[in-house]
Design a protein around this ligand. Structure first.
Ligand code: SF4
Length: 289
C-alpha cells in the first residue's frame, strides 16, 4: 500500500533536486559567477539556505567543465546554546574543507542594542565584516552567499516602501570596500523549494534565533504581504523577480539612467517640426493683419 506514495515522493524529490541544480547552474552561467581557478568561500550560517547552497555547489562541481575550489566558512558568534560540534560533524561527513571562525559578536550586539529591539541588522553587519575580511586575507576569489529569490524580492519592497529607491539584492556584486566579489547562486531559487529540499536532505539546521532576537518587523510584514499575494495569484513573486532583470530605464524617471534631456536632439525631426510650428505661430501673431 505504501509503495506507490513513496515512489511518487521519491519522484517529486528528484524533480525538486533537479530543478534547484538547474536554477543554480543557470544563475552561475547568466552572471558568470564562477570561473576556472576560482577559490570560492561558501558562507555557512547553519540555516537551510546555506546548507542547500553548499550541497548544490558540491554536486554541480562534480560535473562542472571548469575547476574551482569550495571551502565552507562559518562564524561562531558565541550565541548562548550554540553547539560547536554540529557543523564540523556535518562538513566532515560530506568531505568538504572548512574553517570555523570565532568572534564574540553576540556580546557586542547585546551591549549596543537596547533590550527588546531587533539585533539582526548589527549582528549581520558584524558577521559580514568578519567573513569578508577573512576571505580577502586568505585569497578567496568569490564569496558565495545563500540569499534566494524571495530574499531578493523582499529586499526590493523594503527599499521601495521604506527608502524610496528601486533596488534589490544583485546576484553578483563587488563588496562596498571593493575587496571581494560576492555571488548569490540561489538567486533563481524559491524559498519554499529550498525549505523542502533542506528537509528532505536532513541537514542539521542550526536556528538563527539562539540569541532570542526577533526578525526585522518590516521584512516580516513584507514577507506576509508577498505570501498573501502568492496565495491569491500564484506566480506573482516569480513575475516580480523577472521584472528585476527586465528593466526599461526609458520608462522610469531616473535621469542618471536615461538621457531624457537629450531626447529632443535624438529625435531631431519631431523637435524641428515642433520648433517650426511654434515659429510659424509666433510669426502669424506678430504680422499685422
Ligand atoms: S536572529 Fe540573532 S543570530 Fe540571527 S541575525 Fe538576528 S541577531 Fe543575529
Amino acid at each position: 500500500m505504501n509503495a506507490i506514495p513513496s515512489r511518487k515522493h521519491e519522484y517529486e524529490a528528484g524533480k525538486l533536486a533537479k530543478r534547484l541544480r538547474h536554477q543554480v547552474g543557470q544563475a552561475i552561467a547568466d552572471f558568470n559567477m564562477i570561473e576556472d581557478g576560482d577559490r570560492v568561500m561558501v558562507c555557512l550560517s547553519g540555516g537551510k539556505d546555506s546548507y542547500t547552497l553548499l550541497d548544490i555547489l558540491l554536486k554541480l562541481r562534480a560535473k562542472a567543465p571548469v575547476h574551482f575550489d569550495l571551502t565552507a566558512v562559518h562564524l561562531d558568534q558565541k550565541q548562548p546554546g550554540y553547539d560547536p560540534d554540529v557543523l564540523p560533524g556535518y562538513l566532515r561527513s560530506v568531505g568538504v574543507p572548512f574553517e570555523i571562525l570565532e568572534q564574540d559578536t553576540y556580546s557586542v550586539v547585546k551591549r549596543v542594542i537596547p533590550e527588546g529591539k531587533t539585533m539582526c541588522s548589527l549582528c549581520s553587519r558584524l558577521r559580514r565584516g568578519s567573513l569578508y575580511t577573512y576571505a580577502a586575507e586568505n585569497g578567496y576569489t568569490k564569496i558565495a552567499l545563500g540569499h534566494h529569490r524571495d530574499d531578493i524580492v523582499e529586499t526590493l519592497f523594503l527599499n521601495l516602501f521604506h527608502q524610496g529607491t528601486l533596488k534589490a539584492m544583485p546576484p553578483k556584486l563587488r563588496s562596498d570596500d571593493g575587496r571581494n566579489v560576492l555571488i548569490r547562486p540561489l538567486a533563481y531559487c524559491a524559498e519554499e523549494d529550498i525549505a523542502e529540499y533542506a528537509g528532505s536532505q536532513g541537514f542539521p539546521i542550526m536556528p538563527c534565533n539562539l540569541c532570542g532576537s526577533q526578525e526585522n518587523l518590516q521584512r516580516k510584514t513584507i514577507k506576509a504581504m508577498l505570501g498573501e499575494w502568492e496565495r491569491k495569484h500564484p506566480g506573482r513573486v516569480e513575475n516580480i523577480f523577472r521584472a528585476i532583470g527586465n528593466v526599461a530605464p526609458s520608462q522610469l524617471a531616473d535621469r542618471t539612467l536615461f538621457d531624457f534631456a537629450g531626447l529632443g536632439t535624438a529625435v531631431g525631426g519631431a523637435r524641428a517640426d515642433a520648433h517650426a510650428w511654434l515659429a510659424g505661430e509666433a510669426r502669424e501673431t506678430a504680422e499685422p493683419s
